[in-house]
Design a protein around this ligand. Structure first.
Ligand SMILES: *Cc1c(COP(=O)(O)O)cnc(C)c1O
Length: 230
């Protein structure tokens, strides 16, 4: 996809976000758009960064590490949002600013051990399986409190919030229901961990519902970069 198209798409997404922010009376500064650049070339990241995008999300570790290296001259924030194998935590701890897809104790412990203490703490969101799909990543809601306590205790990590990838749903009402479910877990979690400030939800197809439900970081791929290259 060329530069102009990426710029047009970003303008469109930001416009949709700002109308939803207004409609649902959200604070404009409280909603960030992360550009999900998985499968896209480093040039696509450059194009998006050149017009002001600061946050990029990646799912596939090897691909991400190459892109981060190639783009090391850019002042951008990298978010790991894909499934994590426990033997792959070290490069994540070393090269990312954020991880949104932590869903078990072992990952938390390893990420904390492997994060260089001279770096800023690694920002962590716990992924929750809100739709309770047996095959999906994410911790079950009942097991969330234990994981939050551990994340808050470990050195070299900063517990920031919750993330979910709800089962695809058609229409605002159904989408908002899943987003509300995560928002409600987030509200509960903040009773005990008031410094949590991040609700990572909303993708290209459910941005509006996510904003209505309180998302603070939207993860937008297709609507910015077009269909993914495979
Ligand atoms: C791919 C992906 C996205 C972006 O999805 P789009 O529908 O392309 O906007 C967001 N979050 C996660 C975890 C993803 O894997």
């Amino acid at each position: 996809m060329n530069n102009d198209l990426i710029a047009t798409n970003i303008a469109k997404v930001l416009q949709q976000v700002s109308s939803a922010v207004e409609k649902y009376q959200r604070e404009p500064a409280s909603v960030t758009v992360m550009a999900v650049s998985k499968t896209q070339p480093a040039d696509a990241v450059r194009s998006a960064a050149a017009i002001g995008m600061t946050d990029f999300g990646e799912n596939y570790l090897q691909e991400a590490l190459e892109k981060i290296e190639t783009c090391s001259d850019l002042a951008v924030t990298w978010h790991f949002i894909g499934p994590i194998q426990s033997n792959k935590t070290r490069p994540i701890a070393a090269h990312f600013d954020w991880v949104h897809s932590v869903d078990r104790e072992k990952l938390l412990r390893r990420l904390s051990e492997q994060r260089d203490p001279s770096l800023a703490p690694l920002n962590v969101c716990i992924q929750v399986n809100v739709s309770q799909e047996p095959s999906k990543s994410g911790v079950a809601p009942e097991e969330l409190p234990k994981l939050l306590d551990l994340a808050a205790d470990l050195p070299n990590l900063r517990l920031r919030g919750l993330m979910a990838i709800p089962a695809p749903a058609e229409g605002f009402t159904a989408q908002k229901q899943s987003c509300d479910a995560l928002a409600s877990l987030f509200a509960d979690a903040r009773q005990k961990h008031p410094s949590m400030d991040t609700l990572s939800m909303g993708m290209s197809a459910d941005m509006e519902a996510a904003i209505a439900a309180g998302s603070t970081i939207l993860r937008i791929g297709t609507a910015i970069f077009g269909a993914r290259q495979v």
